[in-house]
Design a protein around this ligand. Structure first.
Ligand code: GLV
Length: 307
């Protein structure tokens, strides 16, 4: 089988050795090339629009990540199955990151770090986790794990998602109408939603200003969920305490982007949870075997739903 590695900005070489080891019979090509155009399977992160439509033998599009928004955004995406990665380790890593980011605000480490650079000793009042409600937007595998981890750490946890979920000890809300209620008392709002037309810009002025004064946000999903002008306005007005931002519409975030220096914003380099190359390739290899045998593919994306 011929496989093509496709990404707008390249950089998928890190998968090559793993693919050669896991799929010894496969031919691996890099886009852009005529040979890649002939491939039956596209292994992608962010394929430029029209690339997949220009592959006459294409039978499967496989994301190398949990998200498929960059793939589904191509209006010319051909009618072939799209699969994504599902990885329990990813949820664990996201749990660590979101727990850390929650502590960053809850224990005042954002302010303490600022004071430390000025050699200023000031002990802020400390509150127990039970007094710091947290809301998790997106209750898929990852969101569920994050919500349970924070619940187990003693935070009152609210969750919000498109469809109803039932998580013991987490107050779950569903549907657009329930968003204001879900976030009404959140001191920390964590966004783990898939990026779809419905969720693009969901963290805009209306949502962020509905948070209680002094709330903070943690963005680990996609940069496009956030209206950055709104967050900057609400940080500067003092309505928001801070923002830990791990994802951006353009990555890497350019070195001269003012967000790096916006008071209250902590930029991290899309590091919250990334699948390991071995895991990614094991799942792709399994789907290649299934494709070969005509068996149902794993982790197939519902294209209408967008994830
Ligand atoms: C990371 O952002 C992923 O979608 O796996």
């Amino acid at each position: 089988m011929r496989l093509a590695l496709i990404n707008r900005t390249g950089g998928l070489e890190f998968l090559e050795d793993h693919i050669r080891a896991a799929c010894p019979g496969a031919r691996l090509e890099y886009w852009p090339s005529d040979a890649a155009r002939e491939a039956e399977v596209a292994i992608c992160w962010d394929p430029p629009d029209g690339t997949l439509a220009d592959m006459p033998n294409l039978r499967l599009v496989h994301s190398i990540g949990a998200g498929v928004d960059r793939i589904l955004a191509d209006p010319t995406l051909p009618d072939v199955p799209v699969c994504r990665i599902r990885d329990d380790d990813l949820a664990v890593a996201m749990g660590e990151y979101c727990h850390w980011a929650t502590l960053w605000f809850h224990r005042g480490l954002d302010a303490v770090t600022r004071n430390a650079t000025a050699g200023h000793w000031h002990r802020f009042e400390q509150r127990p986790a039970s007094q710091v409600p947290v809301c998790v937007l997106g209750l898929g595998d990852t969101g569920r794990h994050v919500a349970c981890r924070l619940r187990d750490a003693g935070y009152p946890v609210r969750g919000w998602s498109r469809s109803p979920h039932d998580i013991p000890g987490v107050l779950c809300h569903a549907g657009p109408g329930a968003l204001p209620l879900a976030i009404a008392d959140a001191q920390v709002l964590i966004c783990l939603l898939p990026l779809t037309p419905d969720t693009t810009g969901i963290l805009g002025h209306a949502t962020l200003s509905a948070l209680p004064p002094g709330a903070a946000i943690v963005l680990c999903s996609r940069g496009e969920h956030l209206d950055r002008a709104a967050v900057v306005t609400l940080l500067r007005s003092g309505h928001l305490r801070g923002a830990v931002l791990d994802v951006f519409p353009q990555e890497p975030l350019p070195a001269d982007d003012p967000l790096w220096h916006e008071p209250g914003v902590l930029v991290t380099p899309h590091m919250s949870a990334l699948a390991k190359p071995r895991r990614i390739v094991a799942q792709i290899a399994e789907n290649l075997r299934r494709l070969d045998r005509g068996d149902p593919l794993l982790n197939r994306v519902d294209r209408a739903r967008g994830y």
